[in-house]
Write a protein that binds this ligand. Structure first.
Ligand SMILES: [Zn+2]
Ligand SMILES: [Zn+2]
Length: 268
C-alpha cells in the first residue's frame, strides 16, 4: 500500500516550482501511489497567484506526467470560491478535473496566512470571521474538498500568538454547522500536513476539529502535503495518517472523476 497525497502544486502555480513529471518521478521514493495535483486559481486581486492560471498549460503539464505507475489526479485549488466561483467557472472546464478544492486565504481582515491581521486586530474575532467565511464556502460552493481549514494558525504563529485554543469549544454551533454542511453535501475535509514543518508545528485542521467531524458522522477525509517545492515534497504524509487514526478514522480517500474513493489508512 502506498500514500495518497491530495494537495500537490506543480510549476503551473506561480508560487511553486516543480514540474508534475518530476513529482511523479519522485513519488516512489516517498512511497506515494496517488497524487492529487492542484493549481492555484486565485481571483483575489491582491493574491500573489492572481490571474496566474492557464488551464491549457496545466493540462499539458499533467499529460506529460501520465507516464508511470503513479495515479495522477487532476485538481484545482480555488481561492475564496464563495466570492469568485462564477468568475472561476469562466476560466476552467469542470469536466477536465477529478476534484475541485476550495481554499480560504483572504478574509475581510486580509491574508490570513500572514501575521498582519493578527498584529492589528483581536485574534479570536479574526478566527471567528474566518470560520464564518468557511461556512459560506461549504454552503455555497460546488467543491469536492475543503482545503487546510484552520490555516490561520500560520499567521498567528508568525505574530507570536498562542495557538493552544480549541475552536470547537469557542464557537461550537458555528463549527458544527460547517462540518454538518460538509457531511450533507459530501465535501471532504482535508488534513493538510504543511503546518507540521512550520513554526506552528500543527496540521490543519487541529485534532479537536477532526474529532468533532468524526463524532458528527463525517468520514470523507483526504491528506495533503501542500507541496510547493522539492525540499518539502510529500512532507508529513505518515504523520497525517497517524493523526487521522488517533481521531477515530480507519480510512481516507481521493477523488476520481468527482467521486470519492475510500482507501484504508496505512499501518505505520
Ligand atoms: Zn491554499
Ligand atoms: Zn495549496
Amino acid at each position: 500500500m502506498k500514500f495518497c497525497d491530495m494537495h500537490v502544486h506543480t510549476a503551473s502555480s506561480p508560487d511553486a516550482e516543480m514540474p508534475a513529471s518530476e513529482l511523479v518521478d519522485l513519488a516512489s521514493e516517498f512511497c506515494v501511489g496517488t497524487i492529487g495535483f492542484v493549481a492555484h486559481l486565485d481571483l483575489h486581486p491582491s493574491d500573489y497567484c492572481y490571474n496566474g492560471f492557464s488551464e491549457s498549460d496545466y493540462m499539458k503539464e499533467l499529460d506529460l506526467a501520465e507516464v508511470s505507475g503513479v495515479r495522477v489526479l487532476r485538481g484545482l485549488e480555488i481561492g475564496e470560491p464563495h466570492l469568485y466561483m462564477e468568475k472561476a467557472e469562466a476560466i476552467f472546464t469542470e469536466e477536465r478535473y477529478d476534484f475541485i478544492t476550495g481554499a480560504l486565504h483572504w478574509t475581510e481582515d486580509g491574508l490570513i496566512l500572514g501575521e498582519k491581521p493578527f498584529l492589528n486586530g483581536n485574534a479570536l474575532e479574526i478566527v471567528e470571521r474566518y470560520y464564518e467565511d468557511t461556512l459560506k464556502i461549504v454552503d455555497q460552493s460546488p467543491i469536492s474538498i475543503l482545503a487546510h481549514m484552520g490555516i490561520f494558525r500560520r499567521g498567528m504563529a508568525r505574530a507570536g500568538l498562542a495557538l493552544d485554543f480549541d475552536e470547537t469549544l469557542l464557537f461550537p454551533s458555528l463549527m458544527q454547522e460547517i462540518l454538518q454542511t460538509m457531511i450533507r453535501k459530501n465535501i471532504a475535509l482535508e488534513l493538510n500536513t504543511s503546518g507540521l514543518r512550520r513554526p506552528e508545528k500543527t496540521a490543519y485542521p487541529s485534532s479537536s476539529v477532526l474529532r468533532l467531524y468524526f463524532e458528527l458522522g463525517g468520514r470523507m477525509v483526504t491528506v495533503g502535503s501542500d507541496t510547493h517545492r522539492s525540499e518539502h515534497a510529500f512532507f508529513g504524509l505518515s504523520s497525517g495518517q497517524s493523526i487521522l487514526k488517533s481521531c477515530g478514522f480507519n480510512d481516507y480517500g481521493y477523488f476520481l472523476k468527482g467521486r470519492y474513493v475510500n482507501t484504508p489508512l496505512l499501518r505505520i
